[in-house]
Design a protein around this ligand. Structure first.
Ligand code: NAD
Length: 501
């Protein structure tokens, strides 16, 4: 499954310099050069892409303008007429071709992700594998979707048939924490359904995402079906308010999600939102402490805690609390933090200066609130956006660290006396994305899963996401579901045809 690329920073930089088309947008099947701005104002500066392990600039590029959005939407709108009428087999062919090409370029994609996002190699490998699996999954399920299904036939000869049609032109907007993965969760079902797309990757992690343009070009996806716009907030806003866009699928923060939702109101656009989380991990008294600590560590320190479903609130039963915290502290302090390209690294840096400042701000709040920090709460004395794995004990439920999404390697915890208190604490959040239960008693854990407000629940497992499982939350964690059959439904609308003969 690998190409011949070595997984080194030098090699990834070479790829970035020689293969990634910078200063360009992928519109109507071509790389369209983004002209240098002429006004000379501060806003016109080239956009820098960083290596978070060193805080050094890897490359600079230009970002799109509203004119590029208009061109991309027109291209997608024109392409929709033919793409939406292609056979499911043809669409599956292109989805499999994307997956095949990604698999051929596996190490290259992993290298770009480590370079631009900072994540450890092993995590980046999981990401690229998951993205590939997602394209294959939707190729498979669309091939197996019948064009017509018979809903009912009456004795009088009336037949009611059902079919599905593509929603239309879709604006897909993704964040930086899982480049290529979040994109695949939207792009694969959108293409499978017969939609055409304008995709805006995060301006922070453009390198791995722009490689997708090369892949689409290599597989000769029909022109205009997917358009990729490197851009920031202004481009996102232009996409979500464009009158020819039929559907918006957004993954990102709640602050921006609310803006996107109001932008979608104009023209009554269909919308899916995948937003933030503050998920709980519940450790019952019967849990194996060592295993529980591994699940806690994986749930909060993977991707340096920059996961929407990070289990960032630990709830532990009073009978095992002291011994669990002791083991947890030892394990957290033994994690190898460093450069993602070093194969020994278990936790990389935060993705950007902005994210670094955000986590530092929460360390400051924790200090001002006198929270009991059992480990961490520090930045590392080295270049790059590194902070230590951090755990706070007995955090009041009124604390900002308990209620807000930090989006970094910061765990807050509380001790509970029985299952009902654990459920109450877990559900006491404006978010409701995911949860983990650690217990030797599967029956009780399943009962608790019914009571937990969360769209995805792991029992004695953490953070594994299968393409077959719908993804999304309750409450302010979002609207709709990605992945699974629900993920395809998000890009289709049912049509009913009644006929008589
Ligand atoms: P963000 O909201 O800052 O940005 C997300 C995307 O929106 C980026 O591409 C950004 O350029 C774009 N954007 C910014 N302003 C916009 C506007 N006005 N209109 C349209 N688009 C605009 O989020 P982020 O910092 O990139 O990502 C972190 C957030 O994403 C966290 O809150 C995390 O929980 C969430 N997230 C959720 C899921 C999920 O599945 N629920 C998955 C990953 C990340």
């Amino acid at each position: 499954m690998t190409d011949t690329n070595e997984l080194t920073r030098e090699r990834a930089i070479q790829t970035a310099q020689n293969e990634i088309v910078l200063n360009a947008a992928y519109i109507d099947g071509n790389w369209l050069t983004i002209e240098a701005p002429s006004t000379g104002s501060d806003n016109d500066k080239d956009h820098a892409l960083y290596d978070p392990s060193s805080a050094e600039v890897i490359a600079t590029t230009r970002l799109c303008t509203n004119e590029h959005v208009a061109m991309a939407v027109n291209a997608a709108s024109t392409a929709y007429a033919s793409w939406s009428q292609t056979s499911t087999h043809e669409r599956a062919h292109y989805l499999n071709a994307i997956a095949d090409t990604m698999a051929q370029r596996f190490d290259t994609l992993v290298g770009l992700s480590v370079l631009n996002n900072g994540k450890p190699i092993e995590e980046a490998k999981i990401d690229v594998s998951d993205a590939i699996a997602c394209y294959r999954y939707y190729a498979d399920i669309i091939t197996n979707q019948d064009t017509w299904s018979e809903v009912t036939t009456s004795e009088t000869g009336i037949r009611l048939l059902k079919t599905y049609a593509a929603v239309g032109v879709c604006a897909l907007i993704v964040p930086w924490n899982f480049p290529m993965v979040t994109t695949s969760w939207k792009l694969a079902p959108a293409l499978a359904a017969g939609c055409t797309v304008i995709l805006k990757p995060s301006e922070v992690t453009l390198l791995p995402e722009l490689m997708l343009g090369n892949i689409l070009s290599a597989i000769e996806l029909p022109k205009g079906v997917v358009n990729i716009l490197p851009g920031a907030a202004e481009v996102g806003a232009a996409m979500t308010s464009h009158p020819l866009v039929d559907k918006i699928s957004f993954t990102g923060s709640n602050v921006i999600g609310e803006k996107v939702m109001s932008q979608a109101a104009t023209g009554v656009k269909d919308i899916s939102l995948e937003l933030g989380g503050k998920s709980a991990i519940v450790v019952r008294a019967d849990a194996d402490i060592d295993n529980a600590c591994d699940l806690i560590i994986g749930g909060i320190f993977t991707n340096a805690g920059q996961i929407c479903s990070a289990t960032s609130r630990l709830l532990v039963h009073q009978d095992i609390a002291e011994s669990l915290f002791e083991t947890l502290k030892t394990k957290a302090e033994s994690l190898c933090i460093g450069d993602g390209f070093d194969t020994a690294t278990q936790m990389g840096p935060l993705v950007s200066e902005q994210q670094f400042q955000q986590v530092k701000r929460y360390f400051g709040i924790a200090t001002s609130e006198n929270l009991d920090c059992i480990t961490g709460g520090k930045i590392l004395d080295r270049a790059g956006y590194f902070v230590t794995p951090t755990i706070y004990k007995n955090v009041p439920v009124s604390s900002q660290l308990w209620t807000e999404e930090v989006f970094g390697p910061v765990l807050v915890s509380q001790i509970f006396k029985d299952d009902s208190e654990a459920i109450h604490l877990a559900n006491d959040s404006k978010f409701a994305l995911a949860a983990t239960i650690v217990s030797a008693d599967e029956t009780t854990a399943l009962t608790m899963a019914l009571q937990l407000q969360a769209g995805h629940i792991w029992i004695n497992e953490q953070q594994i996401v299968l393409p077959e499982a719908g993804w999304g939350g309750f409450k302010q964690s979002g609207i709709g579901r990605e992945l699974g059959a629900d993920g395809l439904s998000a890009y289709q609308k049912s049509k009913h045809v009644l006929l008589t003969h």
